[in-house]
Design a protein around this ligand. Structure first.
Ligand code: HEM
Ligand code: HEM
Length: 181
């Protein structure tokens, strides 16, 4: 990423591995998978935690001491790993797919696929994150956090505007669908 060194990042990732997994596949569903995430997005999140633009009691103290080189190396390492696919609750994927691919015209919810891609791969050039294989619980937490305005590091309020229009049922269903992508 942006010149990061994955080998150096691997060495620096020992403290991260406790939560995010040695290969970036966390087991606790509240901790995001980082494997395969775009380096530019990982870098942005680490900078946002360091600058208090995104706040989390676990992550803030982890990000504070990192240098720009550390962040780039860590981003290169985790992005080079492969995300393990998640498992979707099949009873919810029909609604989830509808929201993901089509949004909700009646309530002004934009289609997720427009930015995150039909398969959840995101778009590194635009810094739209990959959602591939992400944990259902983590996705729901982030959507709720955007909806409440507690997570406010999305440029142009892209995610806050979308999440504000979503119902709990839509959030639950789309998270299940994404986990199976
Ligand atoms: C989120 C990296 C250590 C727990 C994140 C994110 C990144 C990251 C890039 C944002 C992911 C996303 O937006 O998809 C790192 C690195 C670490 C580290 C590079 C080591 C230097 C830890 C540790 C813990 C932890 C040790 C647990 C004690 C979490 C949690 C979140 C998170 C709970 C989600 C925060 C939220 O809900 O907003 N981490 N992490 N991380 N990390 Fe870490
Ligand atoms: C971030 C879901 C629509 C742009 C996220 C995250 C989730 C998510 C879960 C957090 C990822 C993480 O922390 O790893 C969704 C869902 C959508 C949707 C379910 C449809 C209902 C969109 C659309 C756009 C967009 C239409 C573009 C207009 C972004 C951006 C971020 C993001 C830029 C990263 C914000 C940051 O820099 O922290 N989205 N998204 N999303 N999404 Fe969406």
């Amino acid at each position: 990423a942006e010149g990061g060194n994955a080998e150096a990042g691997k060495t620096k990732s020992a403290t991260c591995a406790a939560c995010h997994g040695a290969d970036g596949n966390s087991t606790n569903p509240e901790w995001p998978k980082l494997a395969g995430q775009h380096p530019s997005y990982i870098l942005k999140q680490l900078m946002n935690f360091k600058n208090d633009e995104r706040v989390n009691p676990s992550m803030t103290p982890m990000a504070k001491p990192l240098s720009d080189t550390d962040m780039a190396d860590l981003a290169a390492y985790f992005s080079s790993q492969t995300a393990k696919p998640g498992e979707a609750d099949q009873s919810k994927v029909t609604l989830g797919e509808q929201v993901y691919k089509g949004g909700n015209n009646a309530t002004g919810v934009a289609a997720c696929a427009a930015c995150h891609g039909p398969n959840g791969a995101g778009n590194p050039a635009a810094n739209f994150p990959s959602l591939h294989g992400q944990h259902v619980t983590y996705i729901k937490n982030q959507l709720n956090s955007f909806r409440k305005g507690e997570r406010a590091n999305d440029a142009g309020k892209m995610m806050r505007n979308i999440a504000t229009g979503m119902t709990d049922v839509e959030i639950d269903a789309v998270a299940e669908y994404i986990a199976g992508l």
